[in-house]
Design a protein around this ligand. Structure first.
Ligand code: NI
Length: 631
């Protein structure tokens, strides 16, 4: 691995620096239109447009801009501000009356403390057998929208609220999720910090059976595993310069967006354009349980919680093993002050089994090559759950997003007879876990050999007897499409103006996850608010303002924003700049094995060349250096 010194002029897609955030915050703080007591909910690089990026030449001056979503707790007004650090100016300032950016860290902390000090909530803990409020773990949750009377203020605006649930802990390091204070929910007005409702239904003693996984209380280690050392004695094959990676023909940039997490940009392979920008754009976790503590749970980890800011500092030897290069990421706190997360991204290459092989039975010749992948990895802790987002780039020109899910499931108590309530399954005697889905919507802005692309839906179709073909149907207008695993339905992104050696348009195909989409029925609050998750695919015409599948203001939103609104324009999507949105995820039927901490579960999708090359692009990968043949 070689890390070259970053050039003095930034690249337009470089992550924000501490100094840039500090300067940008000072610029809008000095503007009299923005009140002093304002909360910073999002501060992110304001990305250049495609045209600006295309016009950029290395070393040329760059207009570095920061986009803020601010909100005034007094007036309830949200501010969407774009600041140019380079020019010391505010480029745009839009005010929105009834729009809610993601929660801020201090809001959520204050919600928990408001519940801890509320006499009704304290009484609810007491009737469940917990007297000492310092032993109560308080988890703030997005409130969602359920037509509750307190959701709307007298003037008709949406009230900024969160809900809080509690868990008892035997000591500081205990696993609180073994001890839910079920049926007790505080609703807190985040602007006034006032507890506006306490739901206290059917109190029962808190389950006290311990179920722990921490070092001290995990099972005694097996003691059977010998060390596996991953070493690259001659160095790695990749070069990282700032946030740019080059490796095995690939060129790409990476960063962590404060709302959506890992972003991959400017992806080319051997100088040919493949993708402008790839990222998860939103996600939702709807729960299937009916308990008063569960039935409203359906977190949008991006638009409500700004999950990118919860990216872990990764540790060599634990989170990642081998010859690892790390990258830091700068975010802004609730006041707009910069802070740095060390080792927010890890970069490395992995052996990935066979790339290809053939034994020629006539000549006796054996040819085999090893596959490798380059990994861009980050891990996010979103409350009780962990998500590792891993983008893979392979030596055969495939791209894959793998999401690894771990952490702790949401728990509730059992029925009085010890059975599991509707929508749950037992994980311990007296303790149930609610089934749920984790539905991610990836925004895939592919530019296959340029921006003029079309989308082709492909299926395998029987054509009589044993014969079959792959059908190709061009999607001409934007809108949603559903999956069809039985027909092998896939979507191919082609460039009709660029032909391969066989005279066909070059393309990449999306091999979808073929996982269930939203199971909750269409009239439910969560299916309205996370409408993106009802379909496996959405196709839109490119628009730089359309970045988040449920809009920039998914929080506390009554729904049908984002994708379902945009596609109503019915823009044509043939031979133009198109964006794919792929919903995939994990439909998590809870098992006893998921407790007390869940073994990693995996979901994701693949983008692979389909007619992009004239032959196997991995023919020329280096032969193995240590191929031990006997005799
Ligand atoms: Ni899960």
């Amino acid at each position: 691995m070689t890390t070259e010194a970053a050039p003095t002029q930034p690249h337009p897609l470089d992550p924000l620096t501490v100094e840039e955030v500090r300067t940008a915050t000072a610029i809008w703080r000095a503007d009299e239109r923005i009140p002093d007591h304002i909360v910073v909910h999002v501060a992110a690089l304001h990305e250049p447009t495609k045209d600006e990026l295309a016009a950029h030449s290395p070393g040329a001056p760059v207009d570095r801009r920061v986009r803020y979503l601010l909100r005034c707790p007094q007036s309830g007004i949200a501010y969407n501000v774009v600041v140019s650090v380079s020019r010391g100016a505010i480029d745009s300032l839009e005010m929105a009356e009834d729009s809610h950016p993601p929660y801020g860290a201090m809001e959520l902390y204050a919600a928990g403390e408001a519940a801890r000090n509320d006499p009704r909530f304290i009484a609810g803990c007491r009737t469940r057998g917990v007297d000492d409020m310092t032993t109560v773990q308080l988890d703030p949750w997005p409130a969602g929208r359920f037509d509750e009377p307190w959701e709307t203020l007298d003037d008709g605006r949406t009230r900024r609220i969160a809900r809080v649930v509690g868990y008892w802990r035997a000591d500081k390091a205990d696993n609180g999720y073994a001890h839910p204070l079920d049926g007790l929910v505080a609703t807190v007005d985040l602007d006034t910090k006032e507890v506006i409702d306490v739901l206290d239904i059917d109190p029962r003693p808190v389950p006290r059976t311990l179920s722990r996984y921490d070092g001290e209380h995990a099972r005694p280690p097996r003691g059977t595993a010998k060390a596996i050392e991953i070493t690259q004695p001659h160095g790695t094959s990749f070069v990282v310069t700032g946030n740019h990676v080059s490796w095995e023909g690939w060129s790409l940039r990476f960063s962590v967006h404060p709302v959506t997490g890992l972003v991959i940009q400017n992806v080319t392979y051997r100088g040919r354009s493949i993708a402008h920008r790839l990222s998860v754009s939103e996600m939702v976790v709807p729960y299937a349980g009916l308990s008063p503590s569960t039935r409203w749970k359906n977190t949008f980890d991006a638009g409500e919680l700004s999950m990118g800011k919860f990216v872990n500092s990764l540790t060599l030897g634990c989170d990642c093993v081998g010859e690892i290069t790390y990258a830091d990421q700068v975010f802004a706190d609730d006041w707009g002050n910069p802070y740095l997360v060390k080792n927010a991204v890890c970069l490395h290459e992995e052996d990935h089994g066979l790339a290809w092989k053939h034994t020629d039975l006539h000549s006796g010749g054996v040819e085999s090559r090893r596959s490798r992948r380059f990994v861009v990895n980050s891990v996010i802790t979103a409350g009780n759950y962990e998500y590792a987002f891993r983008w893979y780039f392979y030596t055969d020109a495939r791209i894959q997003l793998e999401v690894q899910l771990s952490g702790i499931i949401q728990t509730e108590r059992t029925n009085d007879d010890g059975t599991a309530p509707v929508g749950t399954r037992l994980v311990l005697p007296g303790l149930a876990g609610a089934h749920h889905q984790h539905l991610f919507c990836a925004r895939l802005d592919l530019d296959i050999d340029g921006r003029g692309n079309s989308i082709v839906e492909t299926e395998v179709v029987p054509t009589g007897g044993h014969t079959w073909e792959q059908s190709e149907t061009v999607i001409d207008t934007e809108g949603p499409r559903d999956g069809n695993a039985a027909a092998g339905r896939r979507w191919k992104i082609i460039n009709p103006s660029v032909r391969n050696g066989l005279g066909e348009p070059v393309g990449y195909e999306l091999v979808p996850a073929s996982t269930p989409t939203m199971i909750a029925t269409d009239e439910t609050s969560v299916a309205r608010r996370a409408a993106f998750a009802r379909h496996a695919l959405w196709v839109t015409a490119y628009h730089p303002g359309e970045m988040h599948a449920a809009s920039d203001y998914a929080n506390l939103n009554p729904g049908l924003t984002g994708l379902p609104t945009w596609v109503k324009q019915q823009r044509p999507v043939v031979d133009t700049d198109v964006v794919l949105w792929h919903t995939f995820g994990s439909t998590h039927v809870v098992r006893p094995e998921d407790f007390p901490v869940m073994p990693v579960e995996v979901t994701g999708f693949t983008l692979r060349p389909h007619g992009f090359f004239a032959e196997n692009p991995a023919l020329d990968i280096d032969p193995p250096s240590h191929c031990h043949h006997d005799g």
